[in-house]
Design a binder for this molecule. Structure first.
Ligand code: NCD
Ligand code: ZN
Ligand code: ZN
Length: 344
């Protein structure tokens, strides 16, 4: 196949950041995606309806002229989140709340330290139909970084799913065989997003021949058996897995640093890279489910009605993009060839 037409896709997990960075990130995503689940890990984090409304306005103001792109807003859970915060957020159009274990990832210091104390909040979310999005890694310093996702499932996720069977949970950016198996075998109210980098790469791509900071993200890339398990999971066409790029920009100097930030800025090539993966797996016919229908169906939102066409044509991801503040950022897959391209 050399061409494929899909219902317009949505991105079910990304980071737009704030301020003048929005001038870069919002158009980059609005180019191809109709909607995106916008992560709330700003500094300070987006913790109430008022902050959500203000952030949504800043995103809408950064859309290109004539764009109908729609940001889907999320709330950042802390140990101070109240049931009223959840009710007010729902009224403000928030579709999901995000659980970050404190210290698990970028800008998560203000996040959740005592998981069980949030159970009344999860109960309220289940009751009013707000989804729970989870960064699934334990954070204890003695636990090996490569084991943190699998241990989170055992210790925390299984329990949340058991106690709140009607709560819809998205296990974000899964990276392991254990996660893929858990999602496939558990309740229909649990789904997962998968990033392009975790389908395309494994930890050799981070560490062999020198450290490659632009492939560093969290959860960190795992060994190749995990990459294979994620590829196998999407190849099944199961509606429990859907597109979430986790596009997470950091300026070049913050990635190429003695203590480099985690996150890959993939917005410019993500859809095309997913197409490449599905094509390599011989399941390009499964791309539309992953990119365009499984997500809205799980969230209980309408599917998009417009379409987008990808053609098999080679192009090269730019080596750098200049941000509105004049500083460079290195996009994910910089300087590498991609063999699918969006038509027009
Ligand atoms: C994300 C970021 O930079 O905000 N980084 C990442 O490596 N994925 C945070 C996150 O999604 O965990
Ligand atoms: Zn995360
Ligand atoms: Zn993320």
């Amino acid at each position: 196949m050399t061409q494929i037409t899909l219902l317009t896709p949505d991105d079910w997990h990304l980071h737009f950041r704030d301020g003048d960075m929005l001038q870069e990130t919002v158009p980059a995503t609005a180019r191809l995606f109709q909607r995106a689940i916008v992560m709330p890990n700003l500094l300070p984090p987006v913790t109430d309806a008022k902050m959500v409304n203000a952030y949504r306005e800043r995103i809408l103001a950064a859309r290109p002229q004539g764009s109908s792109f729609e940001p889907l807003m999320t709330l950042f859970l802390t140990n101070d989140t109240t049931k009223q915060d959840i009710i007010d957020a729902k009224a403000a159009g928030v579709v999901a709340a995000k659980l970050y274990p404190a210290g698990a990832t970028t800008n998560s210091d203000a996040a959740v330290k005592a998981l069980d104390s949030l159970f009344p909040i999860f109960e309220k979310m289940a009751e009013i139909g707000m989804l729970l999005l989870v960064h699934g890694e334990v954070t204890e310093s003695h636990i090996d970084i490569f084991d943190r996702e699998a241990i989170f499932i055992e210790r925390n996720l299984t329990r949340i799913v058991d106690v709140f069977p009607s709560l819809k949970v998205v296990f974000e950016h899964i990276t392991t065989k254990e996660a893929a198996e858990f999602v496939a075998s558990t309740s229909d109210n649990v789904a997962a997003t998968i990033t392009p980098q975790h389908l395309l790469l494994n930890r050799n791509d981070l560490l062999v021949g020198g450290i490659r900071p632009h492939n560093f993200c969290l959860p960190v890339l795992k060994r190749n058996i995990h990459q294979q398990a994620l590829r196998a999971a999407v190849a099944t066409g199961s509606n429990k897995f859907f597109l979430g790029t986790d596009s997470a920009p950091h300026e070049k100097h913050r990635k190429e640093s003695a203590c480099g930030c985690a996150g890959c800025y993939s917005a410019w090539g993500a859809l095309e890279l997913y197409a490449q993966v599905f094509d390599d797996l011989g399941v390009i016919d499964k791309l539309e489910g992953f990119a365009s229908t499984h997500g809205p169906d799980f969230y209980g939102l309408p599917r998009n009605t417009s379409t987008l066409t990808l053609i098999k044509e080679t192009w090269t991801v730019p080596s750098e993009i200049i941000l509105p503040n004049g500083k460079p950022i290195v996009p994910f897959f910089a300087g590498e060839e991609v063999n699918w391209k969006v038509k027009g």
